[in-house]
Design a protein around this ligand. Structure first.
Ligand code: MRU
Length: 370
């Protein structure tokens, strides 16, 4: 059945992740915007596959999904021979989830939170008798599930707070802005509301958005498929451009600010985000357009001193050889597919977080967030 424009807006009640206490349902982002299908993950292996295959993507959403992956591993654990064994099993499942995608630090941040609960609760196993250990495992499983639910809930609040922090830079007024964004840093990339799109949603709620220019974001088309869809549903004015049109619109004075998300921000403010973000930042600098990175504090990796240390994922070559699975060249053509690039801090006007907006000098000011 064909979905009409009207149907789509009326039916908009989409959640990126739905946890029902025993399984995680993820909207299949590979199928959007044409189909709204949920994939059910009943095991940690299912969650790994969903992260790896881009059913769920976007830094905070990957983190939340991984936390539920840990919860599923705990719920399905059956071999109750003792707390030590349980702790070892959980550790191995956390490692499995950590290997799914390398760049977005929210994955490792969320897994660390889960690991801390497990380590705290499983230390001193010899102090429990065998029977008590069974009960103790049950109570740890419930703590693990609660922590995953907490990570999900917190994410939505964090995004609302960071979105509203745009008003510390642009006071509420009757001004209207044209905003360029790259990739999808919206509700679909998070547990809800979005980061870069959170900022845009907040500005729109104050009637301060003239229009959004959405980079299509080759090769995976997160902009054309996901960001455009979210904006359409929210009735925020926008148009999609191919990535190579950004300079044209900037040169015509059609862009007042750029707002993007982030997958990992180094301690000095260098920012890894979807491939193409670096180019947009260079253009913005050339045309003296403010360039904002919107991200939760959990995306800041203080253990990584600068962007050169951020691991960059290289994705399958066929993503470049095809558009929406339709080949545009034979598969023997050589291609490259780095999935992220690093924008140096000197191209960033401010990093907008839930704890406030941070300006240069970034190394110094980022420290004040913690
Ligand atoms: O490969 P993806 O789609 O997971 O990449 C997503 C991005 O680069 C987003 O811009 C980033 O994760 C920020 S999401 C709030």
């Amino acid at each position: 059945m064909e979905i009409t424009k009207k149907d789509m807006q009326e039916k908009f009640n989409v959640k990126t992740l739905v946890w029902d206490g025993d399984a995680l349902k993820l909207i299949d982002q590979r199928k959007l915007p044409f189909e709204q299908i949920y994939i059910k993950c009943s095991s940690v292996e299912d969650v790994c596959a969903a992260i790896r295959d881009m059913v769920v993507r976007g830094a905070p959403a990957i983190g939340v999904a991984a936390a539920y992956g840990v919860a599923l591993a705990a719920i399905r654990y059956r071999n109750i021979s003792g707390i030590d064994e349980f702790a070892g099993f959980m550790q191995s499942r956390i490692e499995m989830l950590a290997s799914c995608r390398p760049t977005a630090v929210n994955l490792f941040w969320a897994l660390e939170r889960m690991r801390n609960i497990i380590e705290k609760e499983t230390s001193n196993p010899e102090s429990f008798s065998k029977n008590v250990q069974t009960d103790k495992i049950k109570s740890i499983v419930s703590l693990i599930v609660t922590e995953a639910e907490k990570i999900e809930k917190e994410d939505v609040k964090i995004n609302r707070d960071l979105g509203n922090n745009i008003f510390s830079i642009y006071k509420k007024s009757s001004a209207k802005y044209s905003i360029l964004t790259h990739c999808n840093a919206g509700a679909l990339a998070t547990a809800g509301y979005g980061t870069a799109l959170g900022v845009i949603r907040s500005l729109n709620s104050a009637s301060m958005v003239k229009e959004v220019l959405v980079d299509e974001t080759r090769p995976y088309l997160q902009g054309a498929r996901l960001t455009a869809w979210e904006l359409y549903m929210e009735k925020i004015p926008f148009f999609v451009i191919t990535d190579n049109m950004a300079a044209y619109f900037m040169s015509k004075g059609n862009v007042d600010m750029v707002v993007v998300g982030a997958d990992r921000i180094a301690a000095n403010g260098d920012t890894a985000n979807k491939i193409g973000t670096l180019g947009v930042s260079i253009l913005a600098k050339y045309y003296k357009i403010p360039f904002y990175v919107a991200a939760p504090v959990s995306t800041i990796d203080t253990g990584t001193s600068d962007g050169s240390f951020i691991p960059i994922e290289h994705r399958p070559e066929n993503e470049v050889r095809a558009v929406l699975q339709k080949p545009v060249m034979p598969d023997y053509m050589p291609v490259k597919n780095p999935s992220f690039d690093v924008t140096p801090n000197e191209n960033v006007t401010a990093i907008i977080t839930e704890r406030g907006a941070v300006f240069a000098p970034f190394a110094e000011n980022i420290k004040k967030l913690f």
